[in-house]
Design a protein around this ligand. Structure first.
Ligand code: ZN
Length: 420
């Protein structure tokens, strides 16, 4: 209470400018400023990036980054840098782990500059590429350095040099100062830097959605655009208002690798499309990620964000296509969950499998909703989507607070046991 009062008082007595400065200091997101020059004819690019790292993100004055081994680093520099070290990542062998050791100072931020260049290995199955027609880049190819814990988020600016006939899609505000240069300022914190570029892309536009597609018919792309618009409108009406999605770019590519969402930027694989109902749920799942807090992608807490997105998307499916379609989705969860060991155990740090994240996890959330009752579960969902719920214990404690210790213990056992 006291702290709240003091903050309120400060807001009253501090001039606006000073307040803005205080807020700026409180911003502890790592910032990147990256210049990228594409050489599409060779599937290559060169990059020059400066990272600004808040002191509180350092552990013993050090931090580790990941970057693909396809990228050769030509420079690591910075006035505050004491030393750096590049070695093979023990967790992901095709990538390098770059450890940065900074000098001991009392500064609030540390800067490092990295220059590197290389190709994108299109044979690796991650769905990233650079070719004469365009580029698709994300964490999956580790084309841009990111923090090795798979959890620390960044915001920043990309300055791209691209062929003049490329259109570029990436989360954030975009400007095109010249035909060959694109600037993208992204203020939405994320663990990686993503972009898609395409020469003369095929596009379907609705009021809130742009579908950029390859390898499917225009008619199907129109369906996807209509479905995305409908689900986006419905999610905006049901989910937390502070986090409204005013538009989305749906990129459907003929590629391998996983689908993913970074707020309004959604990249999907053509091969994952099937029936109209299943596609609707698939799109809703990706859109729902706008409201699911990001847990460490390599930890045993990651199931929450996938299983909640799956649960939310199934509710949307029920709303649009009715109970039978919903029953089919539940059946799919049940099939995936067959033979699965468990969802989460406090003493097992491993990231759960696909079958857990998209099968047993949402199935147990459904069971929890049945036990808690609709109102309580709605409250749980509202709380989950409004807070940085990145650890399963937070969820379990909240379940206890909303219901009873008994229900909390029951759900803890549900998560930890074999499929019944
Ligand atoms: Zn997902």
């Amino acid at each position: 209470m006291k702290i709240y009062l003091m903050t309120a008082l400060l807001a009253l007595v501090m001039p606006a400018q000073l307040l803005a400065n205080t807020q700026q200091q409180a911003d502890t997101t790592i910032k990147y400023h990256t210049n990228v020059v594409f050489q599409p004819n060779d599937s290559r690019f060169t990059a020059d990036t400066t990272l600004t790292i808040p002191a509180e993100k350092l552990t013993h004055q050090a931090i580790a980054l990941l970057l693909s081994k396809q990228q050769s680093v030509t420079e690591i520099s910075g006035a505050q840098l004491a030393s750096s070290n590049i070695e093979s990542s023990p967790r992901v062998p095709p990538w390098n782990r770059i450890t940065l050791n900074f000098k001991n100072t009392d500064q609030s931020n540390y800067k490092v500059r990295l220059k590197y260049s290389g190709a994108i290995d299109e044979e690796a199955g991650h769905g990233n590429y650079i070719n004469a027609q365009g580029a698709h880049l994300s964490l999956d190819s580790a084309w841009h350095p990111f923090i090795a814990d798979f959890a620390t988020k960044m915001t920043g600016t990309l300055a791209l040099t691209v062929p003049s006939n490329w259109r570029v899609y990436s989360p954030g505000q975009q400007e095109r100062p010249t035909q060959n240069t694109v600037m993208i300022r992204n203020q939405m914190p994320a663990i990686d830097v993503v972009l898609f570029a395409q020469q003369s892309p095929q596009i379907i536009t609705t009021e809130h959605v742009e579908v950029i597609y390859q390898g499917i018919e225009a008619k199907q792309a129109q369906h996807l655009a209509d479905d995305a618009t409908q689900c986006l409108t419905s999610l905006n009406a049901t989910m937390r208002a502070e986090n409204t999605l005013d538009h989305a770019d749906l990129i459907i590519l003929d590629r391998s690798g996983p689908s993913f969402a970074r707020g309004p930027y959604i990249s999907m694989s053509k091969s994952s499309l099937s029936s109209r109902e299943a596609d609707y749920q698939y799109i809703c799942h990706e859109l729902a990620h706008n409201w699911t807090p990001f847990a460490d992608a390599m930890s045993h807490d990651y199931w929450m964000m996938e299983s909640f997105a799956e649960y939310i998307s199934a509710q949307q499916l029920k709303q649009r296509f009715g109970k039978e379609a919903y029953a089919d989705a539940v059946k799919r969860w049940q099939n995936l969950a067959k033979g699965v060991e468990f969802v989460w155990r406090s003493d097992d740090p491993k990231r759960a499998s696909h079958r857990v994240n998209y099968g047993l996890g949402p199935l147990l959330l459904k069971r929890l909703a049945d036990r808690m009752g609709a109102d309580n579960f709605e409250q749980l969902l509202a709380w989950y989507t409004a807070h940085e719920v990145t650890q399963t214990e937070q969820l379990l404690n909240k379940i206890g607070a909303l219901t009873s210790k008994e229900t909390q213990v029951w759900f803890t056992h549900q998560l930890a046991q074999k499929t019944p």
